[in-house]
Design a protein around this ligand. Structure first.
Ligand SMILES: [Zn+2]
Length: 318
């Protein structure tokens, strides 16, 4: 599984920029020092010469090479030390002219040898989250911040299972993973766990689309009537993982029901995993949408029921 081209391109560009910036700033610091302190410039040119003589000695090769190379090395070390002392004497740190990379591991290339650096993987995931519309939610909502203390008694036991299921789903996610329907009243953590799953899917490099139901349907409506749309039906159908948050909060209309049926049906046929969460209970789903749609959701999605009492209310002391 690979990140999509736009994301790779954007991250590559960012790395080129920050590396060039680091190199450019170091060069500027050095040039300014050389201008102000000619003795430092002299040491640097002597150092450059020892580098050259080292190459020459190696090229000459043969007899006594080890001694000659050692002598040049010694001279080089002496100059390096003088240079560091001189920088300190002028009030700078000894590494003042070094290139200050953001990541010392990969020197802002994104790669350590042929392996992508950890910083690069993180940058890709971050960009992908932004691309999926998840950047802001991902800051607050992850499996780590999901707290079972808000669920009591039998509810807690049930929510432990729900949490374990969602974690397992996220860990073992693949292109043909099941679709999920998370059902339950407001304030029971459905969005929190949906986001946690989506973040983990995105971090694995899958292309995900996150959208709230009202935004989804208004975008599709805009597209249908030729207005500028934030999301197109094609993107929704093509996404490797689609998360529709809070189904049922959109304006009810026959058009929206058609959009939804098309999304659910097409993605089931193409085997693309979808996660939908909703406050609507099964009977409400049937009433609100067609039986045909409700039976697809309830029959072909893995259904997880959220139980308990509103966490948001508990947090404010009710
Ligand atoms: Zn790095």
């Amino acid at each position: 599984m690979a990140y999509r081209k736009e994301i790779l391109h954007k991250v590559r560009q960012d790395y080129n920029q920050k590396r060039n910036r680091a190199l450019g700033e170091a060069a500027e610091r050095l040039a300014a020092l050389h201008e102000k302190y000619p003795d430092l410039a002299a040491i640097d040119s002597a150092l450059a010469k020892t580098g050259m003589s080292l190459v020459k000695e190696i090229v000459k090769g043969s007899e006594g090479i080890q001694d000659r190379v050692a002598a040049v090395r010694l001279e080089n070390e002496r100059l390096q030390k003088d240079r560091a002392d001189m920088l300190v004497f002028y009030g700078f740190s000894p590494d003042y002219t070094d290139v200050k990379y953001e990541c010392t591991q990969c020197q802002d290339t994104g790669f350590c040898g042929v392996e992508p650096c950890l910083c690069y993987k993180k940058a890709l995931a971050k960009e992908a989250l932004a691309y999926a519309g998840l950047a802001r939610l991902a800051e607050r909502q992850s499996f780590d911040t999901f707290d079972l203390k808000y669920y009591q008694g039998d509810n807690r036991a049930m929510m432990e299972k729900v949490l374990a299921f969602c974690k397992r789903y996220a860990e073992s996610f693949h292109e043909k993973a099941d679709s999920l329907l998370l059902i339950g009243n407001t304030g029971l953590g459905k969005t929190h766990l949906s986001t946690s799953i989506a973040v983990s899917v995105v971090e694995k490099g899958y292309e995900a689309v996150y959208t709230s139901a009202p935004n989804l349907f208004s975008a599709l409506e805009a597209e249908k009537f030729g207005r500028e749309a934030q999301l197109t039906m094609q993107e929704v159908l093509d996404a490797e993982f689609l998360l529709i948050d809070d189904l049922g909060t959109e304006n009810p209309s026959a058009l929206n029901n058609n959009f939804l049926y098309n999304i659910v049906n097409t993605r089931l046929i193409t085997g693309k995993p979808t996660l939908i969460n909703t406050n609507l209970m099964p009977a409400d789903l049937m009433k609100r949408y067609t039986d045909r749609l409700a039976s697809r959701l309830l029959g072909e999605y893995a259904v997880m029921r959220f139980v308990g009492s509103d966490i948001r209310m508990q947090k404010i002391g009710f």
